[in-house]
Ligand binder design. Structure first.
Ligand code: MG
Length: 251
């Protein structure tokens, strides 16, 4: 996994976060609550209302704030993702990295209301199984299709173009998988690429950020945010519009 970016501005926040996490891991060991992805799935099934995506998202946010940290896009950055999904009038969406299904529920709720679909590619078989259960709890199984495997091995089998791509998987793969999407004709003019964690992994993602910011084919916007479920560590989201219209550049 790519290293997080630690510097003199954030080292104390990361130390505080690390100590909090150690305490939570020890508590989870004593209570035998299992791995965090399994634990949050059970929590959702115990606490969220069936067929209610908002209730599922609330349950995951509550779990992440109160029990174990989860690397979901989270509530603050989720709003940026959702805003671009709506602005792009997206109906065909691709996600790289499902984790436990949080962003799939967030986007799936919006897509279901318009008859759209989400394809979500996740490398971990276990995470995919848990994400399927979370999405089923939200009543979105018909809107979200999960595919298990490395994105790099699945992209050339996809049917596009995609109106929006949410990239939130291995940081080392952001750039190569974006280029794969371009090479396979899976973007259309105005497609939006929403990349998570460009703040906490700013060093690892330097090649990706240089590419989308310097390429004449992209109009790229940076959103400084906080890291998910944390009020002091800086993170960011990069939204890059491929072959934008003049209106999209002016917006
Ligand atoms: Mg992320």
């Amino acid at each position: 996994m790519a290293p997080i970016t630690i510097n003199r501005h954030n080292i104390f926040q990361w130390l505080k976060f690390g100590l909090l996490e150690i305490g939570r891991v020890i508590r989870a060991l004593f209570t035998r609550s299992g791995g965090r992805v399994t634990a949050v799935t059970r929590f959702v099934e115990e606490h969220a209302e069936c067929g209610n995506p908002d209730s599922v998202l609330d349950a995951i946010d509550t779990f992440s704030y109160e029990q174990r940290f989860l690397m979901n896009v989270g509530d603050e950055k989720g709003e940026i993702l959702l805003r671009h999904l709506k602005e792009a009038k997206a109906a065909n969406v691709l996600e790289l990295g499902a984790y436990c299904g949080y962003s799939a529920v967030l986007m799936g709720k919006e897509l279901a209301s318009k008859g759209g679909r989400l394809v979500s590619i996740e490398a971990s078989d276990h995470n995919t199984q848990m994400a399927r259960r979370v999405v089923a709890r939200a009543g979105l199984s018909k809107t979200v299709e999960f595919q298990v495997g490395k994105a790099s091995e699945r992209i050339d089998q996809l049917e596009g173009p995609f109106d929006l791509v949410f990239i939130d998987h291995w940081k080392d793969d952001y750039l190569s998988d974006l280029m794969r999407l371009q090479d396979n004709g899976l973007l259309r003019p105005g497609s939006r690429i929403v990349a998570d964690n460009v703040g906490i992994f700013s060093k690892a993602l330097e090649p990706y950020l240089s590419y989308v910011r310097e390429s004449e084919e992209f109009h790229s916007i940076h959103y400084p945010t906080r890291m998910e479920y944390n009020d002091s560590i800086d993170d960011g989201v990069e939204v890059s519009i491929w072959r934008p219209s003049p209106d999209e550049i002016a917006a």
